[in-house]
Write a protein that binds this ligand. Sequence first.
Ligand code: NAD
Ligand code: TYD
Length: 334
Amino acid sequence: MKILVTGGAGFIGSNFIKYLIRNNPDYKIINLDKLTYAGNLENLKDLNDNKNYKFIQGDIGDEKLINKIVKEVNVIINFAAETHVDRSIANPKAFIETSVLGTYTLLKSALDNNIDKYIQISTDEVYGSTDSETFSEYSPFLPNSPYSASKASADLMCRAFHSTYGLNTIVMHSCNVYGPNQYPEKLIPLVITNLIEGKKVPVYGKGHQIREWIYVEDFASAIELTLKEGMGGEVYNIGSAQRLQNIEVVKTILSHMGKGEEEIEYVKDREGHDFRYAVNSSKIRSELGWKHTKQFQSGIKDTIDWYINNKEWWSKLKSGEYMEYYKKQYLQRK
Ligand code: NAD
Ligand code: TYD
């Protein structure tokens, strides 16, 4: 198996590459990543001497570079995207460039080079928000943020390349993912690192919004299984059925870290904030035999421990560009 992983220096991509190599040391992996603010080669430093792993810095929208690399592989797994909803509200253009045009460039190259399998890593957010239902693979796409709209566009292009040209595309829609190496702008690492730094934790609105949470290694196991056994043209939802209000997530972290509710700061809500995501993941469970193994209480403890033990990794990130962004967000929401 020769795999091009794109966006592999980010949170999920880097965890996936390490997981895949651990289980399949003979697989050859090329990791192409633009190294935006979210890409971090430190996530992969353990692989520097691995002869089956190669890193290339580049953009998935760079047609010439992509065509050159795709000739060397038989599978593509696309993680590359701009991923933070709040940033997509402030500046949607980069989201469209990477997810829409970048994904098209990958698909076209996959087709021209007879790639065996193309896996698109996507999100449950494309289905929009639901007060009481769960999203199945047949739920309509009703995205509400520029982020989820850009992901939905890319997913539909994967569908079109399968229907029109017969390319073996697979789209995976995961619920919210958490674990080590997540950039500290997202809820869970933001709360943990703010508490370590002695800062308050910002909760949007009243914190009653609901998200479904899966540990990153459980998502990696679903991708590995899909890589080996998933069928071209299929769509798989990935979920854990562990659905929590944001305020419950925050209070769980506070309690694990021995802190009180006075650390919470309720701030202005996100514009167009999706109220609830909930995924029906029975298809991948019944058809491919996948199951998740980590419960939220245990996964959150491991994640907190990781951030406590890896302050050097994240404290560097919480300065410079990030600090500028964070201050702006904070002032707007106060
Ligand atoms: P992340 O922001 O941590 O990483 C994204 C990576 O993509 C970074 O390394 C970045 O440098 C790279 N990248 C961005 N634009 C690029 C481009 N034009 N060319 C090449 N590389 C580029 O994100 P993540 O949380 O690891 O998410 C990975 C994928 O999983 C995304 O497609 C996201 O939509 C999807 N997803 C994430 C979650 C979640 O909860 N984090 C849930 C479901 C799906
Ligand atoms: P986030 O981690 O940005 O993921 P997503 O928006 O893709 O689900 O946010 C998770 C939830 O937490 C979402 O409902 C917004 C909320 N949130 C806060 O309340 N405070 C914060 O500082 C952040 C970043 C998010």
